[in-house]
Design a binder for this molecule. Structure first.
Ligand SMILES: Cc1ncc(COP(=O)(O)O)c(C=O)c1O
Length: 451
């Protein structure tokens, strides 16, 4: 087996590409997360591995430095990589031992802090990842209501309860197409779960009402993000709340990606609609695994009537990191910063794209923007853009997830690089040779993430 150590870093072939080729022979899919596969950016050219990450600067295995203007640790690092305050707290906890027969006191302190920020909630449970914490929320909602079916909108993880949406009789196909990705096979998900996860479109209250009418008394929960890429229509979230109240279903808000970014706490605080359960992960630990399921005591107590329990949900680093992260977000107005930087970036890029005749599109909030090209070969254009941005020392992809570490200077650097690259993109569009210029394969398509 080829082993890559420090001595090989910087050798003629890229250490990143060599290691990723090896990884693909050992790890099905090459990595543990679809969004981190190099194929999602620029196959055979994206620097797959990092040696160091600080702020929004990344050093790859070849020793090359980049500024990360892409997904920023899949939106897990809202304060930036290796934030000094979070790292200091975590190192202190690690040095005094982070796992033991006894429990970590930080989890009680964190529960108090989360409940202070969310006065509507009365109880807290913890997990470490987004998908598993959503699975906890769904289990609690089912236990609390004694019902099985879930009406949902958007993406909520890889678990059986969710992928069951694609378990359908032949002929009916692909409901997750509009929520996650087209063509996801639910292989391994029991066929008995067919019909237990029923999708509806964001902002379509009538579609949700129709699900309740078809299944009276059977819906345990409505599971959704309070917002993803667009604002809720007036009355939509209130209508969902009223429907849940009237039918006895639990309302579960998934704040895993949007939470903390649009409001201190959940984005639902910005809209003034209270769920029965809210779920946080990703940014709450700023790069350290941590997730919280908070909810009204009456609903959360159902967790006691089920078996929900896991060893590493008790270690001390996660809650320590979350306390340091949230306290920093209480001291510094992170959400205004990321909105400002995202807006500056969009407002600089738009006229640049227009000047060069590039059909650039933005969607989502300035704090987390999806980038595309309104062109039949949009993926090829995106790949070419990504590859050329790498030459300028910038990680750029289909999304810009802004962090506290991004400054106006980073935005200027990105936009100046784009200004130099756009003429080639315009020529490629004109000459019809986009893919031929990439120097490798075209990137794969990613999450649909509609609204
Ligand atoms: C809204 C939402 N829910 C759930 C998840 C799954 O979280 P994790 O990848 O930590 O399992 C994600 C991840 O992107 C997400 O954006």
């Amino acid at each position: 087996m080829t082993r890559l150590g420090g001595s090989e870093v910087g050798s003629t072939a890229s250490a990143n590409q060599q290691l990723y080729r090896l990884a693909r022979t050992l790890i099905p899919g090459g990595t543990q997360l679809l969004s981190k596969r190099p194929e999602m950016f620029a196959p055979e050219q994206w620097p797959a591995y990092f040696r160091e990450a600080h702020g929004c600067e990344v050093v790859d295995l070849d020793g090359r430095r980049y500024i990360d203007m892409a997904i920023m640790g899949v939106s897990a690092c809202l304060l930036g990589y290796n934030d000094p305050d979070v790292t200091e707290a975590v190192v202190r906890r690690v040095k005094s031992g982070s796992m033991c027969t006894l429990n970590s006191p930080e989890e009680v302190e964190l529960a108090q802090l989360l409940l202070e920020l969310h006065p509507w909630a009365g109880n807290v449970r913890y997990a470490r990842t987004g998908g598993e914490s959503m699975t906890v929320a769904v289990r609690v909602a089912r236990a609390a209501t004694g019902r099985d079916r879930i009406a949902f909108c958007g993406y909520h993880g890889w678990h059986d309860w969710y992928l069951a949406a694609n378990r359908l009789p032949d002929g009916e196909r692909d409901p997750l197409k509009g929520h996650l990705l087209p063509g996801l096979a639910p292989n391994g998900v029991p066929s008995q779960l067919a019909g237990t996860a029923i999708p509806f479109a964001y902002n379509d209250l009538e579609q949700l009402r129709a699900i309740f009418e078809r299944r009276p008394g059977e819906i345990a929960a409505v599971v959704m993000e309070p917002t993803r890429a667009v604002e809720p229509k007036p009355g939509f979230l209130e209508g969902v709340r009223e429907l849940c109240d009237r039918t006895g279903a639990a309302l579960v808000f998934d704040e895993i990606t949007v939470g903390w970014r649009l409001a201190l706490g959940g984005a639902h605080l910005r809209y003034g609609v209270e769920p029965d359960i809210a779920v946080f992960a990703k940014a709450m630990g700023n790069g350290h695994p941590m997730a919280a399921i908070i909810g009204r005591a009456a609903v959360m107590q159902a967790a006691q009537e089920s078996f929900i329990s896991s060893t590493y949900w008790t270690e001390g680093v996660g809650p320590t990191a979350a306390l340091a992260t949230i306290r920093k977000m209480q001291r510094i107005d992170v959400r205004s910063h990321v909105a400002r930087i995202g807006t500056q970036w969009r407002e600089t890029m738009r006229p640049l794209a227009d000047k060069h005749g590039i059909p650039l599109t933005f969607s989502g909030f300035p704090a987390i923007t999806s980038i595309g090209f309104d062109h039949p070969e949009s993926l090829a254009l995106q790949t070419l853009f990504t590859v050329r941005m790498l030459d300028h020392g910038i990680l750029a992809g289909g999304q810009f997830s802004v962090s506290l570490a991004h400054t106006p200077e980073h935005v200027e650097r990105y936009c100046s690089a784009a200004d130099q690259i756009f003429p080639e993109l315009a020529a490629a569009i004109r000459d019809g040779d986009i893919a031929a210029r990439i120097g490798g394969p075209v990137r794969h398509s990613g999450f649909a993430r509609l609204a």
